[in-house]
Design a protein around this ligand. Structure first.
Ligand SMILES: [Zn+2]
Length: 329
């Protein structure tokens, strides 16, 4: 009976949200202090994300990187800006993201607050490797204490050392192996054996930059005798200490948790079978909470798929609003 009343309300809500979507774009999905990942293609010099003939971006692949970042859009924190003032100086050195030359050294980059800068590229390499992520071979900073702190920990308290409980980073780099016959689709229905899922690998590598296997606060919670992770959220999600890989950089191979209520191998175990899509499970997000991220809302699968479709953005925002989420501003 009251459907007639609900329908106009829904339409009005959809209209209002459409306005919000146009104003805020994809940002409208995220809370105020959501962590933003800014991908930089400066060193994509071997054609993984850029058509080398025309110079045009390969939009499909770049959009998948943004989708990968959207799985972390529920992470909120307060990361200080890195903005060198007179007397401040910093530099970061990292392997060329397309393996196209000597290591890159960047000096006095400015990085906005709550933002990570990630340099990406790809190149052909031997079989078996999907990708690699890093946060720089060396990071140095001089100047005011506040500035040095922003460079090394983004102003996060207790983010370094054996007792660290939090994490902050300038950003990082990701290299992808162009020799793989990647699946660059968004629809999991298109996955097929032998084709590694690009979205899965991109999401996994970003996870490392966000501290998984990387942060001092991650390593501080490893029990080396049993090679297990003891972070409280992870232990609660897993039902006990979580087995790790040999190097303490991932969950153990084949550690399972749940994704959307269904059993799934974790995203942050060391490997993903070609042809499978693995997205962050309950245990993966618990690991990130233990590293020090405040993990709030994470996008539902329907939302990130629709983000790419454009049209779907309004509908997905509508669902979140109806579900009681705070609309973006
Ligand atoms: Zn890994």
């Amino acid at each position: 009976m009251h459907h007639r009343h609900i329908q106009p309300l829904r339409r009005a809500m959809a209209k209002a949200l459409r306005g919000a979507a146009i104003l805020g774009g994809a940002l409208a999905l995220s809370p105020a202090h959501a962590i933003q990942v800014e991908f930089d293609y400066t060193y994509d010099t071997r054609g993984f994300f850029t058509d080398l003939v025309t110079g045009a971006p390969i939009a499909e692949r770049r959009a998948l990187l943004d989708t990968a970042a959207s799985f972390y859009s529920g992470f909120t924190d307060t990361l200080a800006a890195i903005s060198p003032q007179a007397g401040d100086s910093w530099s970061v050195n990292f392997s060329h993201p397309s393996l196209a030359g000597p290591a890159v050294t960047l000096t006095n980059l400015s990085i906005p607050e709550n933002t990570l800068r990630v340099y990406v590229g790809g190149s052909p390499s031997g079989p078996g490797v999907l990708g690699f992520a890093g946060t720089g071979n060396s990071v140095t900073a001089t100047g005011s204490a506040e500035f040095v702190d922003a460079v090394h920990t983004r102003g996060q308290a207790n983010a370094t050392g054996a007792q660290a409980t939090d994490y902050g980073i300038w950003g990082g780099t990701i290299w992808f192996n162009a020799n793989n016959d990647w699946y660059f689709g968004t629809d999991p229905a298109g996955l097929s054996p032998g084709h590694p899922d690009f979205l899965t690998t991109a999401t996994h590598e970003l996870g490392h930059i966000l501290g998984f296997g990387e942060a001092d606060s991650w390593h501080a919670q490893i029990d080396h005798a049993s090679n297990a992770f003891l972070g409280a959220h992870s232990v609660a999600a897993y039902g006990g200490p979580v087995p790790l890989d040999l190097y303490g950089l991932h969950w153990g191979e084949g550690v399972y948790s749940t994704y959307e209520g269904l059993s799934q191998e974790t995203l942050m175990d060391p490997s993903t079978a070609r042809g499978l899509r693995e997205l962050p499970t309950v245990l993966d997000y618990a690991g990130f909470r233990d590293i020090g991220w405040q993990v709030a809302v994470v996008p539902e699968p329907a939302e990130w798929a629709m983000l790419l479709a454009g049209l779907g953005l309004v509908a997905s925002l509508g669902r979140r609003r109806v579900g009681g989420e705070v609309a973006g501003t």
